[in-house]
Design a protein around this ligand. Structure first.
Ligand code: ADP
Ligand code: MG
Ligand code: MG
Length: 888
C-alpha cells in the first residue's frame, strides 16, 4: 500500500515534490527541534490520484484517521471535542508557491458545542465566538466558493450598528450574532448548512484544496510560469495556535536579512492580538519587529536564535511566519525568501564570506535576469524634488523613461521627429500603436497585465513599459488622464515611468547610471567600496573561470565593438554589413542596382570597396587578437531603394518633367518588389544572382586584414554566408571567396587566414547540416530567422498582432523570440550541431540570434555543445554569467 500521509516528523526539506514546499519546510523545522504546532501532510500523490480519478485514493481516509488519532493523543484532545476542542488549519502547499490556489482555512473543529469548550478553556467568550465566525467566513469563501464580500459586508454592518470601525470594539455577543448571520449566508448562497461535524469540515477543506489545483487562475499561472500541470498540491493539517488571545499574543513575519539590500539585521512586522490573516488583511497597523523586544523579550530572543539557526541550516536568507500564544512562540512557516536583484548578489557574497556556501553555490544563487536588472538606468531616489508619485502599475518592461505625455501614435511620431522625448499613454495598446511605441521612450497603460499587447511588444523592443496602472483614468479623446487625488495630467506634461518598479511620477525624475554598468565600463572598480559592485565583480570572475563557452558580441561598428570588449566580449559573433550600404552610400547601391551592364556594375562595386575596407579595419582594430565574424550582405536590395509609394507620388506629380533617374528607380522598385521579402531574394541568393557583390565584400575584408597586419595588428576574420539552405549554394560562394582571398594574399604579400562558414537559419540547413559542414568551417545559428522560418511567422507581423493573445491562452509560456523554443527550434539546432560535427569534428559552433543573451537559451547552448554565444554588447555580462552558471 502506498503511503499518502506523513507526520511533520517524517518529512524533510528535500521532499518538496511529495510534500509541497510548505509541508517539506514544516517537517524540516520540526526535525530541527523548533516549536512547530504538530500536524501532518497529505501528499501530492494523493492529490494526483484524486485529480485523475475524481475520488481520493483507497486507504487515504484510514491513513488520515490514524494520523489524526495520533495528533489527538499528542495534544490530549479530540478534533472539535465539545469541552476542549482540538482545532486545526487546512493549508494548501504545492511544489512551487502558486497564486490562485485555495487559501488556508483556520479554526477547523469549531461548531455550536465546541465553541463553548473553547470559551471555557481560553477563558474568553469573545475569542471563542470570534474564532467561530472566522471559520465560517473562511470556509464559506474558500471551500464553498461564496463571495467573500457577503461576509465582509455583514461584518461591516455589525460594526456600524455598534458605531465603530474597529473589530476590537466588537464583543462576544456581537460575534455570536455574526455567527448566526454567517450561517444564514451559507444556507442561502451555498444551498446547504454550514457543516457542524468537525471531520466533515476537514475532509471538505482537503478536497477543496485538491480541486483548487485546477482553478482557472492556477491553471493560467502554471501555463505562464511553465509549471507542469500534473504535479498536484499537498495539504497540511496543522494544529491551531492563537495569536488573538490578548495582548500577550500576536502574529508576525520576519526575514533573516533585509530582502531589499541583503543587510543582516531584524526585518519584519508584528501585530499584537491577531491571527495570521489579519497581518495580510491590513486591518490594523503592524509594528516593526524590533518592537517585539519591548513587548515580549523572551519570545523575541528566542525568535532571533531560531532565525540564526534557520539561516545557517538553509545556508540562505529565509522568511518566516510565526505566532505567539500567551507568551509562547510558534513557528508556522519558513522558506528561502524572495529578494531583490541587488540583495541576491550581496547575500550570495556575504554567505560566501561566512563560509556557509562555496563560490559555485554563490554563482548559482544569482541569475542573469537579476544582473540585467542591475544594469538598467534608474531614477535617482534622492532627487525627486518637484515630482509627485502618481501611482504604481505593473512593472512590465524594465528601465526608466522620462518624456512628455502623448495619447496617440501619430502625435508620438510627430513629437519624436522633432527630437522630443515622449511617453505614450493609452488605456491599452493594439497593433495600430506600433509606430507610436517605436517613437516613444516608454509606454504607460491603465489596463492589461504582463502579457498585454503593450507589455509584450515593449519587451520585444526593449522599451520601458508600465502597464495596468488601474488608478489612472485615461481619456484619449480629451488628451488627458487623471490620477488619484484628482491630479489631472494633460498632453505635453512631463512624466517619468519606472518599468522596473511600476512607479509613475509627475515631473522629471533625474536618471542615474547603474553603478554596475559603470563597473563594466571600467569607470568603477571593485575596490571603490560599493558592496554591490564588489559582489558582482566576485561572482563574474568566478563565472568566467567556470564557463566553457565563450561570449561574443553582435557589433557592427568600432564603437560597439570596443564597448563589447570592455564588457568582456571575446570577439564578434555577428558583424552585419548592411548598414555599411546606407547614408551617402545609398547612391552607390542605387547605381549598382540600376547598372545596365557589367562595367557600370563593377564601377559601383569599385566605389564601395574602399569604404567597406575602412569599415572593417576599424572593427578589426577594436577587436585586435579576437575573432570577428562578418556576415556578407543579407537583406533584399530593395530595402536600399526609396519607398514605393513616395517615389510613385514623386514621379506622378512631376509628370513629364520627372527626373529620368527617378523613373529608372521606380522601375527597379517595381521589379524588385516582393510579396514576402523575408523569404525572397536575400542572403546567399543575392550573392549568387548579383555578380561581384560578395566578391567585393570578401576583397574588402581580406585587404582590411592585410592592412591591419601591416600595421602590426592581429586581425582574425571569419566570413559568414547568410541564409544558406543547400550545400551547393555555399560551395559556389566559397569557391569564389577562396579565389579572392588568394588574389589578395598574392597582391599584398600578406596571407591572413580567414575561416569561411555559414549561418544556420533555415530548417533545411539544419536538416542537411551534415552535408553543409563539408563546405563550412563554422556554423552560427541565426535563431531569429530560424525561429521565424520554423514557426512560419514573421516577427514584425506577429508580435504586434497576436502574441499577447497567445501568451494569455498559454500557447506560449514566453515569446519564442525572447527564449529559444527548445522543443522546436532547439531540436533543429541540436540536429545541426550533431550532424555538422559528425562530418567535421571540431566544427566551430556559435549562436548569433538575440537568444544569445537570454539566460535560459544560454543554458541550452551550453547543453548542445556550442563553442560560443553572441549577443548585443549590453547583454554580454549577462551571457558571461549564464555561461559560467551553465557549466557549474
Ligand atoms: P499562505 O501560503 O497564504 O501563507 P498559510 O497556510 O501559511 O497560507 O496560512 C495563512 C495564515 O494563517 C498565515 O499567517 C499562517 O501563519 C496562519 N496559520 C496557518 N496555520 C496556522 C495554525 N495552525 N495556527 C495559527 N495560524 C496559522
Ligand atoms: Mg504562509
Ligand atoms: Mg537572418
Amino acid at each position: 500500500m502506498p503511503k499518502f500521509v506523513f507526520d511533520f516528523t517524517e518529512g524533510n526539506k528535500d521532499l518538496k515534490d511529495l510534500l509541497g514546499g510548505k509541508g517539506a519546510n514544516l517537517a524540516e523545522m520540526t526535525n530541527l527541534g523548533l516549536p512547530v504546532p504538530p500536524g501532518f501532510t497529505i501528499s501530492t500523490e494523493a492529490c494526483r490520484h484524486y485529480l485523475e480519478h475524481g475520488t481520493v485514493p483507497e486507504g487515504l481516509a484510514a491513513e488520515v484517521d490514524e494520523h489524526l488519532a495520533a495528533l489527538e493523543r499528542e495534544m490530549g484532545k479530540r478534533l472539535g471535542q465539545a469541552d476542549d476542542p482540538l482545532l486545526v488549519s487546512v493549508r494548501s502547499g504545492a511544489r512551487f508557491s502558486m497564486p490562485g490556489m485555495m487559501e488556508t482555512v483556520l479554526n477547523i473543529g469549531l461548531n455550536d458545542e465546541s465553541v463553548a469548550g473553547l470559551a471555557t478553556q481560553s477563558g474568553s467568550e469573545r475569542f471563542a465566538w470570534d474564532s467561530y465566525r472566522r471559520l465560517i467566513q473562511m470556509f464559506g469563501k474558500t471551500v464553498l466558493d461564496l463571495d467573500g464580500d457577503l461576509f465582509e459586508d455583514a461584518l461591516e454592518a455589525a460594526k456600524e450598528a455598534k458605531g465603530t470601525k474597529d473589530d476590537a470594539d466588537l464583543e462576544a455577543a456581537d460575534f455570536r450574532a455574526l455567527v448566526a448571520t454567517f450561517k444564514d449566508i451559507v444556507r442561502e448562497h451555498a444551498g446547504r448548512e454550514f457543516p457542524g461535524d468537525p471531520r466533515e469540515q476537514m475532509d471538505l477543506a482537503v478536497k477543496a484544496v485538491f480541486d483548487s489545483w485546477n482553478a482557472p487562475r492556477a491553471i493560467l499561472y502554471r501555463r505562464q510560469e511553465r509549471i507542469p500541470t500534473d504535479l498536484g498540491t499537498a495539504v497540511n493539517i496543522c494544529s491551531m495556535v492563537f495569536g488573538n488571545l490578548g495582548l500577550d499574543s500576536g502574529t508576525g513575519v520576519a526575514f533573516t536579512r533585509d530582502p531589499a539590500s541583503g543587510q543582516q539585521g531584524i526585518y519584519g512586522d508584528y501585530l499584537q492580538n491577531a491571527q495570521g490573516e489579519d497581518v495580510v488583511a491590513g486591518i490594523r497597523n503592524t509594528v516593526a519587529l524590533t518592537e517585539l523586544e519591548r513587548i515580549d523579550k523572551a519570545s523575541y530572543d528566542q525568535l532571533l536564535q531560531i532565525m540564526e539557526k534557520l539561516e545557517n541550516h538553509y545556508r540562505d536568507m529565509c522568511d518566516i511566519e510565526f505566532t505567539i500564544e500567551r507568551g509562547k512562540l510558534w513557528m508556522l512557516q519558513t522558506r528561502v525568501g524572495k529578494r531583490t536583484a541587488a540583495a541576491a548578489f550581496r547575500i550570495a557574497c556575504q554567505l560566501l564570506d561566512q563560509g556557509l556556501i562555496d563560490a559555485d553555490e554563490a554563482a548559482r544563487r544569482v541569475t542573469g535576469d537579476q544582473l540585467a536588472q542591475l544594469m538598467f538606468p534608474r531614477f535617482d531616489g534622492d532627487r525627486t524634488d518637484g515630482t509627485t508619485r502618481l501611482t504604481k502599475g505593473m512593472n512590465a518592461s524594465p528601465g526608466a523613461a522620462v518624456g512628455k505625455v502623448v495619447f496617440s501614435s501619430p502625435r508620438a511620431v510627430e513629437l519624436a521627429a522633432r527630437g522630443e522625448d515622449v511617453i505614450l499613454v493609452r488605456r491599452e495598446t493594439n497593433p495600430d500603436d506600433l509606430s507610436g511605441m517605436v517613437a516613444a521612450q516608454g509606454v504607460l497603460t491603465s489596463r492589461g497585465g504582463k502579457t498585454s499587447h503593450a507589455a509584450v511588444v515593449a519587451r520585444g523592443m526593449g522599451k520601458v513599459c508600465v502597464c495596468g496602472a488601474e488608478e489612472l483614468e485615461v481619456d484619449v479623446k480629451g488628451r488627458t488622464f487623471t490620477a488619484p487625488g484628482d491630479v489631472v495630467v494633460n498632453e505635453g506634461d512631463v512624466i517619468s515611468i519606472d518599468g522596473s518598479t511600476g512607479d509613475v511620477f509627475l515631473g522629471e525624475v533625474p536618471v542615474k547610471d547603474s553603478p554596475v554598468v559603470r563597473y563594466f565600463e571600467g569607470a568603477a572598480t571593485a575596490g571603490d567600496g560599493d558592496e554591490l559592485v564588489t559582489a558582482v565583480d566576485r561572482i563574474m570572475r568566478h563565472a568566467d573561470a567556470r564557463a566553457r563557452m565563450a561570449v561574443r558580441a553582435n557589433a557592427d561598428n568600432p564603437e560597439d565593438a570596443a564597448r563589447a570588449r570592455r564588457f568582456g566580449a571575446q570577439g564578434i559573433g555577428l558583424c552585419r554589413t548592411e548598414h555599411m550600404f546606407l547614408g551617402d552610400r545609398r547612391q552607390l547601391v542605387e547605381k549598382l542596382i540600376l547598372a545596365e551592364n557589367a562595367e557600370e556594375r563593377q564601377s559601383a562595386l569599385d566605389a564601395l570597396e574602399p569604404l567597406q575596407k575602412a569599415d572593417f579595419e576599424g572593427i578589426f582594430e577594436a577587436m585586435d587578437g579576437l575573432p570577428v565574424t562578418i556576415r556578407l550582405i543579407d537583406p533584399p536590395l530593395h530595402e536600399f531603394l526609396p519607398d514605393l509609394t513616395e517615389l510613385s507620388v514623386k514621379v506622378a506629380l512631376a509628370g513629364d518633367g520627372a527626373d529620368p533617374q527617378d523613373r529608372r528607380l521606380l522601375e527597379a522598385v517595381h521589379r524588385l518588389h516582393e510579396q514576402n521579402p523575408m523569404l525572397g531574394l536575400r542572403g546567399v541568393r543575392l550573392g549568387l544572382v548579383i555578380p561581384g557583390l560578395f566578391s567585393m565584400q570578401v576583397r574588402a575584408i581580406a585587404e582590411a586584414a592585410a592592412a591591419r597586419r601591416d600595421a602590426g595588428g592581429d586581425p582574425r576574420p571569419e566570413i559568414m554566408i547568410p541564409l544558406v539552405g543547400a550545400v551547393q549554394e555555399l560551395e559556389a560562394i566559397r569557391e569564389e571567396a577562396r579565389g579572392i582571398l588568394a588574389q589578395v594574399a598574392e597582391a599584398t604579400g600578406v596571407d591572413v587566414p580567414a575561416l569561411i562558414g555559414t549561418m544556420i537559419e533555415l530548417p533545411r540547413a539544419a536538416l542537411t547540416a551534415g552535408q553543409i559542414a563539408e563546405a563550412a568551417e563554422f556554423f552560427s545559428f541565426g535563431t531569429n530567422d530560424l525561429t521565424q522560418t520554423t514557426w512560419g511567422f514573421s516577427r514584425d507581423d506577429v508580435e504586434a498582432a497576436f502574441f499577447s493573445r497567445y501568451l494569455d491562452l498559454g500557447i506560449f509560456g514566453v515569446s519564442p523570440f525572447e527564449t529559444l523554443d527548445r522543443e522546436g527550434v532547439g531540436r533543429l539546432v541540436r540536429i545541426a550541431a550533431e550532424e555538422g560535427r559528425k562530418t567535421r569534428p571540431g566544427l566551430k559552433l556559435g549562436i548569433c540570434g538575440e537568444h544569445g543573451g537570454d539566460p535560459d537559451s544560454v543554458h541550452f547552448c551550453h547543453e548542445v555543445g556550442l563553442d560560443y554565444v553572441s549577443c548585443s554588447p549590453f547583454r554580454v555580462p549577462v551571457a558571461r554569467l549564464e555561461a559560467g552558471r551553465a557549466a557549474l
